[in-house]
Design a protein around this ligand. Sequence first.
Ligand code: URA
Length: 224
Amino acid sequence: MNSPVVSRTLTNMQILLTHHPLVSHKLTTLRAQSTESATFRALTDELVTLLAYEATQNIKVEPVEVQTPVAVAQGVKLSGAAPIVIPILRAGLGMLSGMMHLLPTAEVGFLGMMRDEETLSSTIYADRIPADLSGRHVFLLDPMLATGGTLIAAMDLMLHRGAEKVTAICILASPEGISAVEQAFVGRDEQIVLVAAAVDSHLNNKGYIVPGLGDAGDRLFGTV
Ligand code: URA
């Protein structure tokens, strides 16, 4: 896979943008208005697996020896507390299986967050996440980083519960959303990573990413 572009590292936040042609190809089809829900879901699955590959590049491993049919080989295995994958409902749910293909031993939690379409602020309506995340690497799944309100609230919750590292995997991000996340966590020393397939032009006055792909939840789940 092409190396991800680290667009900038602002104190504690790292942003990884994937410039692999397969990611760009799948993202282009995902954007198309003519792409039906079934194809949209399948492409999201594949895209998230590719983004997950980038997102897990620094996951903790420890050395192990393994007996092959021929000799002993030196290898590694995942070490430390199991990572936890948390889709932000509802659209993040469409990213879960793509993530779990790559990290089948991860634990899964669920966070329900709702965006008020007028104020664009987010509230939590479901929290199925361990109360203690000490020493854990949390992977948050949310396809669209738009205003940043949802992701900031979700990241804040994880860090308050003691998460050692929070990696957000998004399909698309807006420049406004990235700035909002950076501003929210600047000066803090927790490790925060954002992985995305692309950063689009801007947000429109309804808080949609332009050109974006529309409402990710509606397109994933066929809601009109
Ligand atoms: N949520 C979406 O689903 N799409 C956007 O463009 C912004 C937020």
